[in-house]
Design a protein around this ligand. Structure first.
Ligand SMILES: [Zn+2]
Length: 405
């Protein structure tokens, strides 16, 4: 039995209904009486609204709770395993799609390599294909149970329009993702920048749960962040908030893909770390890397990490330097945003203590106050599918948010 999708998001726009739904999500299994206590709504109001939620089937009655004398109360839970969301993670090279339930258990996943050169139309076709494959593999579940599609998109995204403003690695601009997918699949679609989506995923399912102000920084091919303040993901005036990869760290540093010199990204992202290793070897420094590849062009940040584990001095130095640059960038961010936690994600974090040690030392040396120096810096929790889970969270915000989470 399912009833939810048609008009369901409008249904939750009632503040009290949404408040009750969120209480059940966070504290379920929970009785009607305890919901009334927690929300300070009157028992008849709770009873009426719970009946409406039971009608949608998004809330169900679970096994009975402990009685404090008298009749055992009926407990309420979210029917998380019976509703699904599609999440897409669009990167420079591929589109990864997942179908997950509301607990973020992944039931299906699909990956499609993007063939370049692309046009907006070709790109949207490939996106359709990923969704179609997920739906085709989903015959066991009724597609009526799917609440919508969340898209975590590389580049700058207009989250209001659900459009990609600029996707530098795809060389595309002004892609009407939301309009296209909603027309094609008749479902609600939400679009967000990939790093911002990942931060949201960490807030809903990862190490950012119940943390009111934190940042999640993704360090891979580029560097981007999602900034959550007072439980809300922020975008700034024109969707640029979190583009920390282009923070200037060294005006005399290497030229970045954006054209400026010495951006954080140009000093610490994967391809630039590899480039620095190549340069040092060409200049005559000895390294195991020279034996690990037949062509210096094949050096990657992953190989540098392997070299460091084998005690190669050049590899260790390069990772340490990357950690120092990241530490400078992160100290700047601590002084601007003052979060209680910073989560790091992405390929470069695989270098573990080779990067984290110098990063933390730098923050400790440069932070303005003792608390700033001690800001918690940890690895993000969601692994390989983190960004896609972030995409899924975009729909949860629509469904559950009372505090804009
Ligand atoms: Zn830049």
């Amino acid at each position: 039995m399912t009833r939810l999708p048609a008009g369901s998001f409008q249904l939750m726009k009632s503040l009290n209904r949404s408040l009750i739904l969120n209480t059940i999500r966070k504290d379920g299994p929970i009785s009607r009486a305890d919901i009334a206590k927690k929300t300070q709504l009157t028992p008849p109001t709770v009873s009426n609204l719970v009946n409406e939620l039971l009608e949608t089937n998004l809330v169900i009655e679970s096994s009975q709770g402990e009685s404090k004398g008298g009749r055992k109360p009926t407990m309420l839970i979210i029917n998380a395993k019976n509703f699904y969301i599609i999440g897409l993670d669009v990167g420079a090279k591929s589109i990864k799609g997942v179908l997950a339930n509301l607990n973020a258990d992944i039931l299906n996943s699909v990956s499609l390599s993007l063939s370049h050169p692309l046009t907006n139309a070709l790109f949207l076709n490939q996106m359709d294909e990923v969704v179609e494959q997920l739906l085709a593999n989903t015959s066991a579940y009724n597609s009526d149970h799917i609440l919508g599609i969340g898209v975590a998109m590389h580049g700058i995204v207009d989250v209001t329009e659900g459009a990609s403003i600029y996707a530098p690695s795809l060389q595309l601009r002004d892609i009407p993702i939301k309009a296209h997918l909603e027309e094609r699949f008749k479902m609600l679609v939400k679009v967000e920048n990939d790093a911002r989506a990942l931060a949201l995923g960490e807030a809903w399912y990862g190490n950012g749960m119940d943390i009111s102000s934190f940042m999640c920084i993704n360090i891979g091919y580029g560097i981007g962040a999602g900034i959550i303040i007072d439980g809300k993901l922020h975008h700034g005036d024109d969707f640029l908030m979190g583009e920390i990869g282009h923070m200037t760290i060294d005006p005399d540093g290497p030229v970045c893909s954006c054209g400026n010199s010495g951006c954080l990204q140009a000093l610490a992202a994967g391809p630039f770390i590899a480039e620095r290793a190549r340069k040092r070897i060409t200049e005559g420094q000895e390294s195991l890397l020279a034996e690990m590849v037949s062509d210096l062009e094949d050096i990657t940040s992953e190989l540098i990490f392997q070299g460091a584990k084998q005690n190669d001095a050049l590899c260790i130095d390069i990772l340490k330097e990357a950690g120092t640059y990241l530490g400078i960038g992160i100290t700047n961010l601590i002084h601007i945003v003052n979060p209680s936690l910073i989560l790091l994600s992405g390929g470069v974090t695989k270098a573990g203590h080779f990067i984290f040690d110098s990063l933390r030392e730098t923050v400790k040396a440069r932070g303005l106050t003792e608390k700033a120096k001690q800001t918690k810096i940890e690895e993000a929790k969601l692994g390989e599918h983190g960004t896609a889970i972030g995409a899924i969270s975009l729909l949860l915000v629509e469904m559950f948010a009372t505090q804009n989470r």
